[in-house]
Design a protein around this ligand. Structure first.
Ligand code: 5RP
Length: 230
């Protein structure tokens, strides 16, 4: 997706916020545009209190003097604006391409609304083309990976799974000190059941299926930006 389309989706979502709001800040290259735009508004006097979903977003926000807080300090957020790897017609998402899915899900769940910003290539008929990121505890990694493989087979996965690695070959560590296993399903026919099955695996901390959290999206394409709401 071009940076221009990401920017356009982020610009459209600026209409969702107003001064005084408590805002969850997503992670990824599209969310980054939103944080930039918000920073420019803050410099002009816009009031907000924000919870970032990753150390990367926190660093960006701090650099722009966006006031930050935590979910220890406040209970609820008015809205979270975040990117996605996939979104289907029922506003179910696959997230975690940027390895921030755990904090993203915690922040989205603490928000009155989650608004997704993306280009329209992220809109899919059936989730699963994008490998599902699964955040796992490093302890007992092999056992957890085996159990994930078994669950994948039960759900008719078309591909395998792989531990996400950094360019130097070492296992990627999330902000929470966990690893990510990317599970290639091809298509996920029953996202709700899969979600439950994955969460039953003891070593699984969380997975990137976001169900019932998002109800609005701005999807940018070369012909314009559309707002979807459910
Ligand atoms: C990070 C995420 C991102 O929101 C998702 O990967 C989309 O990123 P981008 O806007 O760079 O395409 O879930 O964990």
């Amino acid at each position: 997706m071009s940076e221009e389309l990401k920017r356009k989706a982020a610009e459209a979502a600026m209409g969702e916020i107003s001064s005084g709001m408590r805002i969850g800040l997503g992670t990824g290259s599209t969310a980054r545009h939103f944080v930039d735009l918000l920073g420019a508004e803050v410099a002009r006097g816009f009031q907000c209190l924000c919870v970032p979903t990753s150390e990367a977003t926190a660093a960006q926000a701090r650099g722009l003097a966006i006031p930050l807080t935590t979910l220890e300090e406040i209970d609820r957020l008015d809205v979270t604006i975040d990117g996605t790897d996939e979104i289907d017609g029922a506003f179910r998402l696959i997230k975690g391409g940027g390895a921030a899915l755990l904090r993203e899900k915690i922040v989205a769940a603490a928000s009155e609304r989650m608004v997704v910003i993306a280009d329209d290539s992220k809109l899919v008929e059936t989730l699963g083309r994008f490998p599902l990121p699964i955040e796992v505890n490093p302890f007992g990694l092999a056992a957890t990976a085996r159990a994930i493989g078994e669950a994948m087979a039960r759900f008719g996965a078309e591909g395998g799974h792989a531990l996400r690695r950094k360019p130097d070959g070492t296992a990627l560590l999330t902000d929470g000190g966990h690893h990510i296993i990317d599970a290639s399903f091809g298509r996920i026919s029953d996202a709700e059941a899969l979600s439950g099955a994955l969460l039953e695996i003891p070593g699984v901390v969380q997975h990137g299926l976001f169900i019932g959290l998002c109800s609005e999206a701005y999807l940018a394409s070369v012909s314009g930006t559309i707002r979807l709401s459910g």
